[in-house]
Design a binder for this molecule. Structure first.
Ligand code: GDP
Ligand code: MG
Length: 445
């Protein structure tokens, strides 16, 4: 999705003027990319209108970079959708020594039981005294699952095999742990496969009985366009105050996060990034927006590459060339060829803006296809082009058209490749504004 947006923006950059037609074409591409990333259609429509107004206003001022204006407007719009207006620090900076009662709600399979244990363990590390209450009498084995997780993390738990009323169990559990002076009492509830009235009625009863200080809605990050309605339904039933998105390691494309915030008017406070208890992070809106729009997470990339690439696997010759600052298109070609052979580097490709599909779990193949397509375009470049390190080479429209014709691809795709090349080059050897990775790694430069 990120690459689509960068592509659409690159198109604007090449256009002489930002007239209505160019802007519309670009916005259409951006909106399609957002929809494909599961951003709610209504939100996309609103974003489109706002960006258009801003771009048209800004275009009146001379000398401004049009692409930057649209890029910034899109980023601002996405950021503002993510801004629930609630200070999430107030929700995450819990006070010790008082009984914080946190109730988890969400559909079956969303990840509540897993997440409430992760949440408890997170605060346990911060010195809290957490406890878990299992108020799920719907799912067979729910209590055993919670017991197992809680035991693993050393968190006291409460539940029942005989009591069938979840609101009663919840109340007993909370009372017990209040008396034992626990300052973080987490209530896990049941879910259903569907949003149905019986579930919401049950949630209302549990909430009435335990009087939670915060209700956290847990949502599977990969549910797509269904996110908005689901989040809204829970918000209407109970006072949802915060959101946790799970399975962000899998097929989640990110759009669901925007829907969840918009529908609940609550911030996302954490994300789940795996089945293990430590795969749990604070939600960082800025990094999230950057990734959604294809700007990648640079710092994460540099950290990861140092972790993943073993010393001996680093190509000496390549390192030398990169240190000299001569990262040509041919080097990128060779790297693509290597990636196709190697595993680990492929895994971090997802962090490179524009290559964000490559390497994401279950999408390795998509990334591979993309790399193949890039290599095929590079095959119709001349030797001179491949070896050139003169940035001007890649600004000529006629050249782009020729390469596109040569490989039977759309000029926008060639443009996309060039943008990719530039970004990776800047990332590795640096540019005027930012030191490259070589510097970050303490080598050369
Ligand atoms: P509940 O029905 O809402 O309580 O959901 P569970 O906690 O039982 O989780 C359902 C499934 O999702 C389990 O197999 C979990 O291991 C898995 N799961 C939960 N959170 C994550 C996550 O962040 N990433 C991944 N990959 N799996 C998760
Ligand atoms: Mg559960």
């Amino acid at each position: 999705m990120g690459q689509k947006i960068s592509q659409a923006l690159a198109f604007i950059n090449n256009a002489e003027t930002l007239d209505e037609k160019v802007l519309d074409a670009c916005l259409k591409e951006i909106c399609t990319a957002l929809l494909q990333a599961d951003v709610n259609a209504k939100l996309v429509f609103g974003l489109r209108t706002n960006v258009k107004i801003r771009a048209n206003n800004a275009d009146k001022g001379a000398g401004l970079n049009k692409r930057k204006i649209v890029e910034k407007a899109v980023a601002d719009e996405v950021t503002s959708i993510l801004d629930s207006g609630v200070d999430e620090k107030k929700l995450t900076d819990l006070k010790k020594g008082q009984p914080n009662v946190i109730m988890f709600v969400g559909l079956q399979g969303a990840g509540k039981t897993t997440t409430c244990t992760k949440y408890g363990a997170y605060y346990k590390k911060k010195g809290f005294k957490p406890a878990l209450v299992c108020a799920d009498t719907f799912r067979a084995g729910a209590f055993d699952q919670l017991k197992q997780n809680a035991t693993k993390m050393g968190i006291p738990f409460f539940g029942s095999y005989s009591e069938t009323d979840p609101a009663v169990i919840a109340q007993q559990g909370v009372e017990k742990f209040r008396a034992a002076k626990h300052d973080l009492i987490i209530v896990d509830t049941s879910g259903r496969h569907k949003q149905e009235e019986a579930l919401f009625e049950e949630m209302r009863q549990v909430a009435t009985n335990v009087q939670p200080s915060l209700v956290i809605f847990v949502m599977d990050g990969s549910i797509g366009q269904a996110a908005f309605d689901q989040a809204k339904a829970f918000k209407d039933a109970v006072e949802v105050g915060a959101v946790i998105m799970t399975k962000m390691d899998g097929h989640a494309k990110g759009g669901g996060a925007l829907s969840a915030v918009a529908a609940t008017k609550s911030p996302i406070i954490f994300i789940g990034t795996g089945e293990h208890m430590d795969e749990f992070e604070r939600f960082e809106a800025k990094a999230f927006v950057g990734r959604l729009l294809g700007r990648g997470d640079w710092r994460g990339f540099v950290d990861k590459i140092q972790e993943v690439v073993p010393e001996e696997a680093k190509n000496e010759e390549l390192m030398e060339i990169m240190q000299k600052g001569s990262f040509s298109m041919r080097i990128l070609y060779e790297q693509f060829a290597n990636i196709q052979k190697m595993g680990p580097v492929g895994q971090i490709m997802g962090m490179i803006p524009g290559l964000s599909n490559a390497g994401i779990k279950g999408k390795e193949n998509e990334g591979g296809v993309r790399i193949k397509r890039f290599m095929c375009m590079m095959d119709s470049m001349t030797t001179k082009e491949l070896d050139s390190i003169n940035p001007k080479v890649w600004t000529e429209t006629s050249r782009i058209m020729r390469i596109a014709r040569g490989c039977g691809r759309h000029p926008l795709e060639v443009q996309e490749l060039i943008e990719e090349y530039k970004r990776i080059r800047d990332l590795i050897v640096g540019n005027g504004k930012r030191p490259g990775m070589m510097k970050a790694m303490g080598k050369g430069g």
